[in-house]
Design a protein around this ligand. Sequence first.
Ligand code: NDP
Length: 455
Amino acid sequence: MSKYVDSVLKDVKAKNPNEPEFIQAVDEVLMTLDPVLKANPQYQQNAILERMVEPERVIMFRVPWVDDKGIVRVNRGYRIQMNSAIGPYKGGLRFDPTVNLGVLKFLAFEQVFKNSLTTLPMGGGKGGSDFNPKVSPHTPGKRCSDAEVMRFCQSFMTELFRHIGPDTDVPAGDMNVGGREIGYMFGQYKRLANEWTGVLTGKGLSFGGSLIRPEATGYGDIYFAENMLAKRGETLEGKECVISGSGNVASYAAEKLMQLGAKVLTLSDRSGAIYVKDGITPALLKEIMNLKNVKRGELSEIKSKAVKFFPKANSWQIADKIDAAFPCARQNELDGKDADYLLKHGCTLVGEGANMPSTPEAIEKFVAAKIMYSPGKASNAGGVATSGLEMSQNSERLSWTREEVDAKLKGIMKAIHDNAWEAAAKYGKKGNYVVGANIAGFTKVADAMVAQGIC
Ligand code: NDP
């Protein structure tokens, strides 16, 4: 590690001691940048690293709302506007009790490189709240009602609206923020700003949403995997795959894998993991999507002879033969022991759909084993890329067909793959997508920052 990187990392650790996820994300990127920093001394002269690790702006605010029993509840809201060198801030909103400043800074930092990789003009941001729509504040075992979620979203947007805009900052969904929440927040923004603009992405189709946006992150993850396999003359046909999560990203990754002839053996949620030896069928996946998105239930409720349920388990250490793994649930969900199990049971491809799902130890093992390993910032960029396409359609006041958007998504995933591949090869790390994605994402933002002067 160069002295420059070492000193920036030390400073980040000293300044953000209570933000382990942010430190982990910064460490993972900075550790791979030495060759590009050496070849481009202007980056150090312009303090690019020091500026990239400091958000341009952090907004933190009170979100008061009234529950169905008339009791006033107070949550904390955030928006991290990390870097706008190459476009308006863009990144999702997450509602989960695990949300805090450090988690959102890690996500915003990753988003800067991810958005740069998409080839579209989007800066990086992230936001959310510690609000938990899955747990009613007053009735044990129940979720928040739709009316409670709406009141929360309206209060959240009442503060956020003054900080965002179609040319300033365009949030989207993330964990626990789907079509319902985006709809409520969009309605409140429109009311407050008295304008109809594409200020949020992931909107419903009847009010400016894009076809394929719901599918885009999961589909994009699998398109990226197809590109990695193509380099080795392989396809997904017949591959035995394990997936974690059963939310937006996981379910559409599963759907695309099935369409391409692969077998999906597992899915998971907070209640545990399901395993289907002969592969989850399209009909069962439909049932699961209905259970998670409409009934808002958990996988433990599935009653089917073909399904084996493992309470509180993750997806990694169940199947005997695994060709490919797709972590699509949350950060740090796949550790060194899981990586050992996957490698021992034949896994040659790990395509991250979630953000930072593999721990540093697991990543080290995948890279050392020289398997096809794609970091989330590259392989899950299809979601934000399609959000970028939604922004273009909103600006044009046009809607593209499903086929058009899907074709653009495929093209973007190929471009991300090829850029990461070429950047890795250029700096002597052929086949290492961690190095390739970091360098390709970093260079575009760094060059824009140098060109724009010290700001
Ligand atoms: P969802 O909320 O739709 O799904 C999250 C899934 O992860 C659910 O199955 C959830 O289980 C599970 N999960 C969450 N926390 C835990 C936990 N502590 N233990 C076990 N399982 C858990 O989110 P998304 O699918 O949208 O996002 C998943 C990941 O992908 C996140 O890392 C997100 O940042 C990333 N991502 C999402 C994008 C998008 O377009 N949606 C874009 C790029 C990245 P349960 O249902 O029980 O809560």
